[in-house]
Design a protein around this ligand. Sequence first.
Ligand SMILES: C[S@@+](CC[C@H](N)C(=O)[O-])C[C@H]1O[C@@H](n2cnc3c(N)ncnc32)[C@H](O)[C@@H]1O
Length: 198
Amino acid sequence: MKRLVKVLLQNPGAASLALFARELLANPRAMGAACPSMPALASCMASRVPLNREGLIVELGGGTGAVTAALLRHGVPPWKLVVVERSPTLACHLHQRFPHVRIVQGDAAHLAQLLDHDRGRGIGSIVSSLPLRSLQPAMTRAISHQFEILLEPGGLLVQFTYDLRGARHRLLPRFRRLSSKIVWSNLPPARVEVFERE
Ligand SMILES: C[S@@+](CC[C@H](N)C(=O)[O-])C[C@H]1O[C@@H](n2cnc3c(N)ncnc32)[C@H](O)[C@@H]1O
């Protein structure tokens, strides 16, 4: 593990790919993508996050950090950002890559519990790369329930999907879709959707 982290620090691009591939082989359903999001997709996700809102910005499924890096580039202050990642290996990688960001290793299905420490700060936006379509339906329901209880009315959820038909709203009954955009330059193309808690 230590050797792997050392390689990652020396060559983040190639090593991130290798790490992602290893996790994909170990847990394809939870990874839900063949490779990390490309810069255009990560930037599109980040650009949907308003910077002038109160509350935390919670990123779910940090992976190797493509979206985390884009959020920081977009101007999200590190102290406002919390990244949740289920895989211990990827969470460790995120710690190394973003030492000033709070990284929480755990399952987004228990998000309220994981964020207990931050109770009272409120959540302004959730930015999710979770593969809601490929996870077990019970898991997807549990995660969607967490979105409902943690976001106040008006709170934003930014989610991407490789399902270009954009059928996500069926998974999120208490959210209304504000915008939807396909990032064609990502491989494969992906749809970025913004939902508002009703
Ligand atoms: C499609 S990858 C996205 C990674 C990265 N954000 C990107 O865009 O390249 C999905 C990530 O979600 C994580 N993940 C899957 N299920 C999860 C869960 N229940 N809780 C937290 N993270 C989860 C996976 O380990 C993986 O890192």
